[in-house]
Design a binder for this molecule. Structure first.
Ligand code: PMP
Ligand code: GLN
Length: 425
C-alpha cells in the first residue's frame, strides 16, 4: 500500500489504480478515502489504517468482558411508546421508501419540537430534512458546502466524523482548543481561527467528548465571527436534551443574526436511546436545506421508513419525559464522577452529554492511550483516550485524559466504580 511520497501528477501519465504510484516513486494526490482517514486520525505515518477508537474499544470490552464505558451508547431501551410505534409502523406496511425529505409526520414533529423547546418557527415542508442519523446530516452539509481549500472551524477535541468529513470534502480543518480542566474556549483563539477562507464553523454543544456546554458569550462570538467572514454555522445538538443541573439548551440559531446562516443538526439516537435506528434531521433556511438535500439524496436518498414515525412519537412525548431523561443521566454522571475521583483520577465537570473526562496523571498514568489498552486488565473497565479526538495526539496536558461514558445501567456503573477503585490499591 502507498504510504508516503511526492504528490505530483506527471503530464500525460496515468497512475497505477491500486498503488496510486507512477512506478518511479511519484504519487498521485491523496485519494478521498485517505483524506477522510487522515482527517479522523486513522492513518499513521507508516500508512497503517486503524479502525475507529469506538470500534477498537468496544471490541476490547467484548474480548475481555470489561465494563464498556468507551463507546457512547445506552445499554437500556428507550420509551416503550417509541418502540411500539416502530413495531406498529412495520405492521402497517410502511416498509417502502419514505418521501425524500422525510415522512411528513416526522417533519411536523421536528418543527413542533423546535417551537416547543426553543421558540423556533420552521416550515416543515421546506426548512426541515430527515437524514440517516446526525452523521449523514453533517456529511451531506459539509459535502454540499465545503470546496477544495475552504476552511472549516471546529472545537478540539472533536468528534472524529468532523475530521473525516472535512477531509473528504477537500477542506482544511482548523481547530480551536477547549482548555481543561473545565474545557473553555479562549475568545482570542476563536477569533484567530477564522479567516476569509472560513466556509463553515461546526459547533458541537453540548460537547462530545468533554461534556462541556458553551457559555452565551462564546455562542455570540461564533455568530459574530461567522457573519464577519460570511461563514455558515453548522450546529451538532445531538445531546440537546442531556444537560445537567437545571441548565437549558440554547440552540445557536436562536441568537440574533444566526438563523439565516445556521444549519441545526440533531438526532433521535441519544434522546430516545435508539442509536441503532439512525434517524437524524437538520433544519435551517430553505435555500441552505435545499443545497444539502441535493447531496443527501445521492448518499442514502432515504432511510428508516418505520423508525421515522416512531421518532415523531418520541419528539411529541410530554415535557416530563425529557426532564426525567436528564435527571436520570445526571445521577449517573454523579455516580461515575465520584467513583473516578475516589479511584484517584482528577475529574473534569461534565455539564451535558453522555461523557465525563478524567485525568489519570494523579495515578501516575501519563499516556491515556496506553492506559486504555491496559484498563480491562487493571480495572475491568474500558474508556477512550481523549487523544483520539485530537490532532497530533492533542495539546500538552491532554495525553493523560480519558473519556468515560455514563449512559449505562446504574448497576453497571456501580460495578465499574468498584473495579476502578483497584487502580488506587
Ligand atoms: N455528533 C456527535 C457529537 C456524536 O457524539 C454522535 C454520536 N454519537 C453523532 C454526531 C452521530 O449521531 P448519529 O448516530 O445520529 O449519526
Ligand atoms: N458517538 C459515539 C461516541 O462518541 C460513537 C459513535 C460511533 O461509534 N461512531 O462514543
Amino acid at each position: 500500500m502507498r504510504t508516503s511520497g511526492r504528490w505530483t501528477a506527471p503530464a500525460g501519465r496515468r497512475p497505477d489504480p491500486v498503488t496510486a504510484g507512477y512506478g518511479d516513486g511519484t504519487m498521485t494526490a491523496p485519494a478521498p478515502w485517505e483524506r477522510a482517514a487522515r482527517g479522523a486520525m486513522l492513518l499513521d505515518d507508516h500508512g497503517r489504517l486503524a479502525t475507529t477508537i469506538f470500534a477498537e474499544m468496544s471490541a476490547l470490552a467484548a474480548r475481555t468482558g470489561a465494563v464498556n464505558l468507551g463507546q457512547g451508547f445506552p445499554d437500556e431501551d428507550g420509551p416503550a411508546e417509541v418502540l411500539a410505534a416502530a413495531h406498529a409502523a412495520i405492521d402497517a406496511g410502511l416498509n417502502q421508501y419514505p418521501p425524500g425529505r422525510g415522512t411528513p409526520g416526522l417533519l411536523d414533529a421536528v418543527a413542533e419540537h423546535q417551537r416547543r423547546f426553543y421558540g423556533i418557527e420552521l416550515d416543515p415542508a421546506r426548512e426541515v430534512l430527515v437524514t440517516a442519523g446526525a452523521t449523514e446530516a453533517l456529511a451531506a452539509t459539509l459535502l454540499a458546502l465545503v470546496d477544495d481549500g475552504d476552511e472549516v472551524v471546529t472545537l478540539e477535541p472533536f468528534y472524529d466524523a468532523y475530521g473525516a468529513l472535512v477531509g473528504l470534502a477537500g477542506g482544511t480543518h482548523v481547530t480551536v482548543r477547549l482548555h481543561g480542566p473545565d474545557f473553555r474556549v479562549d475568545h482570542g483563539e476563536l477569533r484567530a481561527a477564522f479567516s476569509d477562507r472560513t466556509r463553515v464553523v461546526v459547533v458541537n454543544d453540548p460537547h462530545n467528548p468533554t461534556g462541556t456546554v458553551l457559555d452565551d458569550a462564546t455562542r455570540r462570538l461564533v455568530v459574530e465571527l461567522a457573519r464577519l467572514h460570511d461563514a455558515v454555522i453548522v450546529t451538532d445538538e445531538v445531546y440537546e436534551h442531556l444537560l445537567f443541573d437545571g441548565a437549558r439548551h440554547v440552540p445557536i440559531s436562536t441568537l440574533p443574526g444566526a438563523a439565516e446562516r445556521t444549519i441545526t443538526v440533531s438526532s433521535g439516537g441519544k434522546t430516545f436511546a435508539t442509536t441503532g435506528w439512525k434517524v437524524g434531521w437538520l433544519s435551517g433556511p430553505e435555500e441552505l436545506v435545499s443545497r444539502v438535500l441535493t447531496v443527501k439524496q445521492y448518499l442514502t436518498y432515504v432511510n428508516a421508513s418505520v423508525f421515522q414515525p416512531a421518532i415523531a412519537v418520541g419528539l411529541r412525548l410530554p415535557d416530563e419525559y425529557f426532564s426525567q431523561l436528564a435527571a436520570g443521566l445526571q445521577a449517573k454522571r454523579d455516580l461515575l464522577s465520584a467513583g473516578l475521583e475516589a479511584a484517584g483520577f482528577a475529574v473534569s465537570p461534565s455539564h451535558g452529554s453522555y461523557f465525563v473526562v478524567a485525568d489519570a496523571a494523579p495515578l501516575g498514568h501519563h499516556d491515556a492511550a496506553e492506559l486504555c489498552r491496559r484498563l480491562p486488565e487493571l480495572a475491568g473497565v474500558v474508556g477512550v483516550p481523549l487523544s483520539a479526538f485530537c490532532r497530533d495526539g492533542g495539546a500538552p496536558g491532554t495525553s493523560s485524559l480519558v473519556r468515560f461514558a455514563f449512559c449505562k445501567k446504574t448497576e453497571v456503573l456501580e460495578r465499574a466504580v468498584e473495579q476502578l477503585a483497584r487502580l488506587r490499591a
